[in-house]
Write a protein that binds this ligand. Structure first.
Ligand SMILES: NC(=O)c1ccc[n+]([C@@H]2O[C@H](COP(=O)([O-])OP(=O)(O)OC[C@H]3O[C@@H](n4cnc5c(N)ncnc54)[C@H](OP(=O)(O)O)[C@@H]3O)[C@@H](O)[C@H]2O)c1
Length: 334
């Protein structure tokens, strides 16, 4: 008989402002049997992502809120320990949405098989996973092309650094903003950004005016707030905005007022397009082929900040809002 002890992290209470450790609780469960047509998986790495903050609120959005007292969910890559179905076999590497726990039992339809040739397997949570696909989809959404000047906020994070590297591969001039000089160096020296600046060292618009005096064609918005307002002013006529995220507002109890200069959309005939990566799942194969190819050819850098142990997962998540990560924040479990 199968008896597996598995630790998991649950939502204890809904955060007010920036989440704290008190919003989480830990539990241990026993997995006692593996039903027919099900698979037992041991997680190797789990992801912490800014969107999870939205799911901690009691507000319906494009994904349902987390429930208090239940295990959190999120991207994870694991190894099949035992299978009672034909689709998967012991040793397979699978991506799932059953993060925040050590082991789980799932149906084949909830697992995505990936190649173990790619190392580290955590790449499937970053450059080859949801954030990488977000970057790729965002660029496709507004048809970013050679010659475009693109400004990316949150540039040293999981989505931002891949968006910048892919834009460089497309022949763009790439400008990024981020929260420290260490990250600026990373963007310039490791990711090939043409220009990178620290948004803490002066107003974003002033820095954009210096770095892109003739304006920008595309803005990849990961942050919202001041960066979005600056981009609206810096965009050229017919400029495009990829509305991907707004992390600067995720911990605000009341929504902040929007940009004061939205009328730029009218006078400059701008296009602002919202995107949710899950709408692009039918193109996952295309994404994996293209971006996986760049990775294999050494044309794309996979940058991760790895935190070790399930006990560190809550801290890793909270750290996203203090800029503790360069590249993808990942928790190593096994
Ligand atoms: N639409 C979609 O389908 C989709 C999918 C994935 C992600 N997203 C969004 O894309 C954005 C980036 O996600 P990610 O996974 O790549 O996260 P990430 O950038 O790897 O991590 C979060 C980063 O945000 C920055 N940050 C935190 N608080 C900030 C603030 N108040 N102002 C400015 N920057 C702040 C920090 O970097 P600094 O040191 O630079 O401040 C931090 O490292 C998020 O807004 C996320 O919600 C959207």
């Amino acid at each position: 008989m199968l008896i597996i002890e598995s630790r998991e992290i649950r939502l204890a209470s809904r955060p007010k402002g920036i989440p704290t450790l008190a919003n989480f609780t830990r539990a241990q469960i026993e997995l006692k049997s593996l039903p027919d047509q099900q698979v037992l998986v041991r997680n190797l790495f789990m992801s912490v992502d800014p969107y999870m903050r939205g799911r901690m609120n009691d507000r319906s959005s494009y994904v349902a809120p987390f429930e208090i007292g239940k295990a959190l969910e999120g991207g994870a890559i694991g190894e099949v320990m035992e299978s009672r179905c034909n689709e998967f076999k012991k040793g397979d590497a699978v991506v799932s949405n059953f993060g925040w726990r050590e082991y789980f039992i799932a149906s084949p339809k909830d697992l995505h098989l990936v190649s173990r040739v790619v190392q580290p397997l955590s790449a499937y949570l970053g450059v080859l996973g949801m954030p990488g696909m977000t970057a790729w989809a965002g660029l496709n959404l507004v048809e970013v092309k050679a010659g475009d000047v693109i400004y990316i906020s949150g540039a040293a994070g999981a989505v931002g650094n891949v968006a910048g590297q892919l834009a460089k591969l497309r022949g763009c001039k790439v400008i990024g903003s981020t929260g420290s000089m260490e990250k600026v160096k990373f963007l310039r020296e490791e990711c090939g950004f043409d220009i990178a600046f620290d948004y803490n060292t002066g107003p974003v618009l002033e820095q954009l005016k210096v770095e892109a005096p003739d304006g920008i064609d595309v803005y990849f918005d990961n942050v919202g707030g001041e960066s979005l307002e600056a981009a609206l002013s810096a965009l050229r006529v017919h400029g495009r905005i990829i509305a991907c995220g707004g992390i600067s507002g995720y911990n605000e109890e009341k929504p902040l007022p929007g940009p004061s200069n939205l009328f730029n959309i009218t006078i400059k005939r701008l296009t602002m397009r919202g995107m949710i990566v899950s709408d692009w799942l039918d193109r996952r194969g295309e994404f994996e082929k293209e971006v996986g190819g760049y990775l294999q050819a050494g044309q794309l850098k996979n940058k991760e900040t790895i935190v070790e142990g399930l006990d560190q997962a809550e801290g890793a998540f909270i750290g996203l809002f203090a800029g503790k990560n360069i590249g993808k924040m990942v928790v190593k479990l096994a």
